[in-house]
Ligand binder design. Structure first.
Ligand code: NAP
Length: 480
């Protein structure tokens, strides 16, 4: 069978290049899934120019008509749901259930922003002058850049591209080099839905090459970026030179707090799913578990049992709960952190490569206890199935530990006490608070974004709020 080739797409035309890389299944390294052609700076500039030409007509298209294109894109994705989920598992590694969830969410994102096109408006305001009225309108920005990571290769692009198109912007999309096949599927679904050529151009190339071009171009009015805090800082410095509108959603070191009064079985499930589901490669994953002293030994015993029983393997196999890490880089990085953890704390589960029938980047769910707040495995984002456990005396103590990390993306608590919930929700320094729920699991109608090193916290993603980033507001004063 012919293997798919993903290449940059400008004005609806594929741009092949001689710089080609293989895309392999991270759970079965002998399987080549396709090829990706990497673009250069010139191609990125052409993509920007083409988007600039297309932006005006798309911005002038009545918003409800733009909405219909988004609905149709949702239909296109829906019709291929099962195939897309399988491809997602093979390209990124997550389990099939996790992929189905991601594909569903992406479809619903297009429906949600398609519907918002029918109410995209401003407001009317009273004037001091009796013979006047004032109203505001939202206007598109023009060309926007969208730069995304590999860990949610369909839903993160969807939650940026859908509101951008709803707002009337033209998009230059720079997906992660590691997951070009899912990016291609998304762009083709939009083209098949009737999106005019040039309104969405895709540039597949290394971030250090084409990403910089996007951020540096004066024709690009805003860039929405999700990725590591390190890359985010680099982009922020570059963007500051020209006061570019920037949305940065970055790393996390999220803590799940378990109080003595918690339902212990629920807490075990939330910790195991939150830390090891998605192979720990979610920005919202639980990577720190903070347990009140009274239930610590009981909870830990059950958690070690539960995590040791989790089936690690290829995401397409039935019963697998933990897929492979997504790349060789991830594999080495996570194993390096496990070695650091062995020096800093006590290893009580996992601790290395998992044995599986397939040759892939498999690591066992790993738990360290007696982790000190200053330890690297307590402070630094590992982005793999590694959980650092620490105990605490009281809620104040727990909140101090939660807030001691430089990140502030999500924080969770497991408790039966309403007072604990209220105190935690107001004092935890994180953009998302989850109570008696797993840390990962965002709903698309809810504004999302992190604090501190987890983002620049100027604009939210998802929800109606996402439209604020992709539009500008004009005030009109009318006297009569
Ligand atoms: P990354 O290395 O920062 O890459 C993210 C994207 O930026 C990729 O498309 C990458 O391209 C591109 N890039 C790299 N260098 C660039 C540059 N100089 N200028 C512009 N773009 C550049 O992050 P990752 O490893 O893909 O993703 C994992 C990270 O994302 C984790 O830290 C995770 O916490 C974070 N994340 C955050 C959220 C959130 O919502 N807060 C969600 C998901 C993931 P290449 O692929 O070509 O390198």
């Amino acid at each position: 069978m012919m293997q798919p080739v993903a290449s940059s797409l400008i004005d609806g035309v594929e741009r092949r290049s001689s710089a080609v890389r293989e895309v392999r299944d991270p759970g079965d390294r002998d399987t080549v899934l396709g090829q990706v052609c990497l673009a250069d700076v010139e191609t990125a500039k052409e993509a920007i120019d083409s988007a600039e030409k297309a932006a005006q007509a798309w911005g002038a298209t009545p918003a409800p008509r733009r909405g219909r294109v988004l609905f149709e894109a949702a239909q296109q994705l829906d019709a291929r749901k099962a195939d897309l989920a399988r491809l997602l598992t093979r390209e990124e590694g997550k389990t099939l259930n996790e992929s189905v969830f991601e594909v569903d969410r992406s479809i619903n994102l297009f429906r949600f922003y398609g519907a918002l096109c029918f109410k995209l408006g401003g407001k009317t305001l009273p004037s001091n002058d009796p013979n006047s009225y004032i109203y505001t309108v939202r206007e598109p920005l023009g060309v926007v850049g969208v730069v995304t990571p590999w860990n949610f290769p369909l839903s993160i692009p969807a939650w940026k591209i859908a509101p951008a198109l709803a707002a009337g912007d033209a998009v230059v999309f720079k997906p992660a080099s590691q997951t070009p096949l899912m990016a291609k599927e998304l762009v083709y679904a939009l083209l098949a839905a009737g999106l005019p050529k040039g309104v969405l151009n895709m540039v597949l190339g290394l971030g250090s090459v084409v990403g910089d071009t996007l951020v540096a171009s004066a024709k690009v009015r805003a860039v929405s970026f999700t990725g590591s805090s390190e890359t985010g800082r680099h982009i922020n410095t570059q963007a500051g030179q020209r006061m570019l509108r920037l949305q940065l959603e970055l790393g996390g070191k999220n803590a799940l707090v378990v109080m003595d009064d918690a339902d212990i079985d629920l807490a075990v499930e939330l910790a195991a799913k939150g830390a090891f589901g998605l192979t720990g490669q979610a920005c919202t994953a639980a990577s720190r578990l903070l347990v009140q002293q009274g239930i610590a030994s009981d909870l830990l015993r059950k958690l070690v049992l539960r995590s040791s029983g989790m089936v690690v393997g290829h995401g397409l196999e039935t019963g697998v709960e933990v897929g492979p890490l997504s790349s060789e880089d991830q594999f080495y990085k996570v194993r390096r952190y496990i070695e650091i953890g062995k020096e800093e704390a006590d290893l009580v589960a996992g601790g290395g490569v998992a044995r599986t029938p397939k040759k892939g980047f498999y690591v066992s769910p790993t738990i360290f206890t007696d982790v000190a707040p200053e330890d690297r495995i307590f402070q630094e984002e590992i982005f793999g199935p590694v959980l650092s456990v620490t105990t605490f005396r009281d809620l104040g103590d727990a909140i101090n530990l939660v807030n001691s990390a430089s990140y502030g993306l999500t924080a969770g608590i497991v408790t039966r006490s309403h007072a604990n919930v209220a105190t935690f929700a107001s004092k935890a320094d994180a953009g998302v608070i989850r109570v008696n729920k797993p840390l990962p699991g965002l709903e698309l109608q809810v504004p999302y974004g992190g604090f501190k090193d987890s983002g620049n916290d100027q604009y939210k993603e998802m929800g109606e709020e996402a439209l604020d980033f992709y539009t500008r507001t004009k005030a009109v004063y009318v006297g009569y």
